[in-house]
Design a protein around this ligand. Sequence first.
Ligand code: ADP
Ligand code: MG
Length: 314
Amino acid sequence: STPVSIVSAIGAATRKGILFKGGNSLETAGKIDILAFDKTGTLTEGLPKVLNIYSLGEQERSSILQIAASLEQRSEHPLAKAIIAEAKKQGLTLQTPHEFVAIPGKGIQAKLSDKLDCGVQDPQVASLLGKNHLLPHLNQEFYMVGNRRLFTNIPPEVSSLLAEISNLGQTPVLVGTKGGLIGIITLADGLRLEAREAVRLIETAGPKEVVILTGDSKSVAQQMVEQLGIFDYRAELLPKDKLLEIQRLQEQGIVGMVGDGINDAPALASADISFAIGRTDIALETADVVLVADDLRRLAYAISLSRKTVSVIQ
Ligand code: ADP
Ligand code: MG
């Protein structure tokens, strides 16, 4: 049976907004050797802002934003929210995405239907009215929004523009079709205010090594590592690569993983103990420990509490 001290520690943690899903996770939290962090939404605010839009062809910059935002309506990614917010700010009317597909670690794709002139937005309503000429025109072409891995044949001059954007610590989001790129939207996402302090507290609390696992570029990860005084990073990882990285780190000791749930589920599930920050359904389901308080310093508290509790039992 579970010792009384563990039950009371779980209670104390709950009052601080740290939900341990069982006695085992409380015991493991204090034994972590390596703690891996997701970046977007975990070490950063997860509320990036659009900084710039580049047109690479004929399209107006507003039209590039309009296409991207229309697709992003179906995505949960923090970049999606920022792109939609910018489109709304510019007063753009969005189109409806069809045949939407999310490609983990890369981006999204969908077809778009043009908006109706008559003001009838629902195709079923339009067809009930029997006015076929009022049906939305479905563009048969797939649009794609995401990082460079989503596109083949990126011209060298675009490659060097992408490198410049990344060197500034900004994230480029590419917009295009199978036929080629039409534009780039650049975004930046600030560190959580408490991130630096939290990393320091965590390193004092126990784990020997803290690393960042991210789908973002090396230069963005490098900047983050320097700002936070973090040991190391692995960049440009697909969700399945994050899982492989966790397994590789497990050869060196007990591995904890912290994520915000979006695209991190496989890595969270394979770590010895997983922490989720925020309230996404995936995070709540997959993680052993949920930080509903949305403050990374609580992670250090959780690890210290676990150490104390376990040393009392032994
Ligand atoms: P991370 O949380 O470390 O950024 P993700 O796996 O969530 O890792 O995303 C990896 C990368 O895939 C992002 O940095 C971005 O370049 C791209 N991406 C994923 N989803 C989208 C989306 N909806 N819109 C634009 N880019 C996306
Ligand atoms: Mg994330």
